[in-house]
Design a protein around this ligand. Structure first.
Ligand code: G
Ligand code: MN
Length: 263
């Protein structure tokens, strides 16, 4: 790593806890579109760090530092609560409900008090967003294959409060390197988010297209909704549509954007 790069990440690490307290760790929201209709049906909350000069840094620039400082669970918790409030404001403003995807780390799942707080926030601060009468709540928990594999039964137990409440589950970065499919058998998964690198390469490589077709067939059998990540162009979208992927996300539809106000 270049000296300037490492000193930048050091500066970020030193500031991260203060940033969290100052409200400079924010969610940027990226739209997710239904391929068949082109309608925005969901969005994903992505973590961003804003430095003291107001410059925005993506998650990869600070997540490692956050792990070292053991505050990833606090970032996850912040984003989930902000997203719940955003969802409730949108509903209150009369907008069509959409699904709100949030990334949850294994680290958060180990902090039961914060998991409970997210649920409490959902129930109390947001009765319009999460009415008890609706079985399927708009908040979707994204978790990566890697995090699930560490201990699937333990994960299932810890996820139980979310699932009992009616939140749905998405597998993030599917196909990015962990090939055990056991969790598909053991967990009530609703969405499969297909690794962006595969999606991006699909127009140029028959082999990659064959992999995506296989994933789509599997998802169809299991009744999962598929989401292609990194759809950056019309050309990629055409391939994704031909394969039959349900939903798509990527720069072609919109970049992650931080809303002007915190929720
Ligand atoms: O693993 P996860 O899907 O949560 O990570 C998404 C990351 O990828 C975000 O930080 C987001 O900014 C970035 N991203 C979103 N859409 C695109 C895209 O179309 N192309 C590329 N290269 N990156 C994207
Ligand atoms: Mn994600």
């Amino acid at each position: 790593m270049a000296a300037t790069e490492s000193s930048l990440s050091q500066t970020i690490n030193d500031d991260l806890l203060i940033a969290l307290e100052d409200g400079r760790v924010r969610a940027a929201y990226q739209p997710i579109v239904e391929v068949a209709s082109g309608r925005v049906v969901a969005e994903e909350a992505l973590a961003r760090y804003i430095d003291r000069q107001g410059q925005v840094h993506p998650a990869f620039a600070f997540i490692e530092g956050a792990e070292q400082r053991e505050i990833v669970h606090r970032i996850d918790h912040r984003l989930a609560c902000d997203t719940i409030h955003r969802c409730s404001q949108q509903i209150a403003a009369g907008r069509e409900p959409i699904a709100h995807f949030v990334n949850i780390s294994a680290n958060l799942l180990r902090h039961r008090d914060l998991v409970q707080d997210i649920l409490d926030t959902a129930v109390t601060a947001c009765t319009t967003c999460f009415p008890e009468s609706i079985a399927e709540k708009p908040l979707v928990i994204e978790i990566t294959e890697r995090q699930l594999l560490d201990n699937i039964h333990e994960t299932k137990k810890i996820m139980a409060p979310f699932l009992d409440f009616g939140l749905r589950l998405a597998i993030d970065d599917f196909g990015s390197g962990y090939s055990s499919l056991l969790y598909l058998a053991d967990l009530p998964i609703t969405f499969l988010k297909i690794e962006g690198e595969l999606v991006r390469r699909a127009p140029y490589e028959a082999k990659v297209r064959a992999i995506l077709k296989g994933v789509q067939d599997l998802a169809g059998e299991l009744d999962l909704i598929t989401i292609a990540e990194f759809v950056e162009s019309e050309q990629v979208l055409d391939v994704v549509r031909e394969i039959g992927v349900d939903w798509a996300q990527g720069y072609h539809f919109g970049r992650p954007e931080i809303p002007p106000e915190r929720y």
